[in-house]
Write a protein that binds this ligand. Structure first.
Ligand code: FE
Length: 347
């Protein structure tokens, strides 16, 4: 089924509706209304200590990415110390606690619908009106406070570099994840469909200054791009948008887009919801052993993309808008256009 289109939108660093709760400033990056009820994303900024008590979400999975500062994340019988670039993953039903331990800590937090934006909207109101109990929320919010949970006192540093399979909680150290190379770019899955029951994918992209990819659109999933380092250009319906660290662009279904990395060390994190586009990355990429961006470009398996084109939520539009493309690439693209023309009726 096609995802109905909500308009694309851009948020520059620090923009987004502000909510205040527990001493933290919460910026709404993506609300359910803005993402056709597919995704909720907030940026949490705590200049002092921010403590969020034991709770779980019944339906939604949750990803936490540390933008700066340090935070303790407790789940099951573990407490981990997350620093800049570390990722924490909490599946539905798993009780967890979050506590910042460094001034000026900034986190990106994403969930499915009924998650973080819905929760903080309600909690900010509760706090403003001094409502008791403070953590009481409506049934529409996917949130359950837990009374009896003792977090592990022993704090562990994040050392794990691998993405485990399955809906269990985990942490991944900065630079970790499941790596793939596509030419000179390194893609790293921090969460795949099997970690989120298909709700979303979390994908890191690292690379040098390069060329734009083929302009394309999707019909059944939405894509969120958040620039972490360096600079990049995105084209949204043909309009170039420069993204610098902490700039965010939401590209909903049916929106033509492409991107190009513009600085020597550019990094962006992508949230794709639902996670059905995962096979594209398996087709295009080649598994890679290291978290270091390759100095020698690897393959881009367009042959496998084209072979699976009719099954992928991918619709090619035109060659890269910056005019950069060698003869081989141009031939591949011409072939893919021929193919996409042939397959425009694909469902
Ligand atoms: Fe895309």
């Amino acid at each position: 089924m096609d995802v109905q289109a909500a308009p694309a939108y851009l948020l520059r660093a620090g923009e987004g509706k502000k909510l205040y709760f527990g001493g933290a400033e919460i910026s709404v990056i993506a609300s359910p209304e803005q993402t056709n009820e597919l995704l909720e994303v907030v940026e949490i900024f705590a200049s002092g200590t921010f403590y969020f008590p034991a709770h779980f979400h019944q339906h939604t999975h949750k990803g936490i990415y540390v933008l700066s500062g340090e935070v303790l994340l407790s789940f099951k019988n573990k407490t981990y110390h997350l620093r800049k670039g570390d990722y924490g993953h909490i599946p539905r039903g798993v009780t967890h606690i979050l506590r910042t331990v460094e001034p000026n800590t900034r986190l990106l937090c994403l969930t499915g619908p009924g998650g973080v934006v819905s929760l903080f909207t309600q909690l900010a109101l509760n706090q403003a009106f001094q409502k008791e109990p403070l953590y009481e929320v409506s049934d529409k919010v996917d949130f359950q406070l837990v009374d009896e949970y003792e977090p592990a006192r022993h704090v562990q540093e994040v050392e794990n570099m691998d993405r485990p399979n399955g809906t269990k909680p985990y942490v991944i150290r900065n630079g970790g994840g499941e790596h793939f190379i596509v030419e000179d770019q390194l893609f790293s899955f921090l969460a795949r469909q099997n970690n989120t029951d298909g709700q979303f994918l979390v994908l890191m992209t690292d690379g040098p200054k390069g060329k734009a990819i083929i302009e394309h659109y999707h019909k059944r999933h939405t894509e969120c791009f958040y620039c972490l380092e360096g600079s990049m250009t995105m084209w949204n319906e043909g309009q170039a948008v420069a993204l610098n660290p902490r700039d965010f662009l939401h590209i909903p279904a049916h929106t033509k887009h492409t991107y190009r990395l513009d600085s020597p060390n550019t990094r962006f994190i992508g949230f794709l919801a639902p996670g059905l586009f995962e096979p594209f990355f398996d087709a295009l990429g080649t598994p890679y052993y290291s978290h270091v961006v390759p100095t020698k470009p690897g393959p881009a398996r367009f042959d496998r993309v084209l072979k699976n084109y009719d099954k992928l939520d991918l619709y090619f539009v035109s060659p890269p808008p910056d005019g950069s493309m060698n003869a081989v690439q141009a031939a591949v693209v011409s072939f893919s256009f021929w193919l996409s023309g042939k397959l425009t009726a694909k469902k």
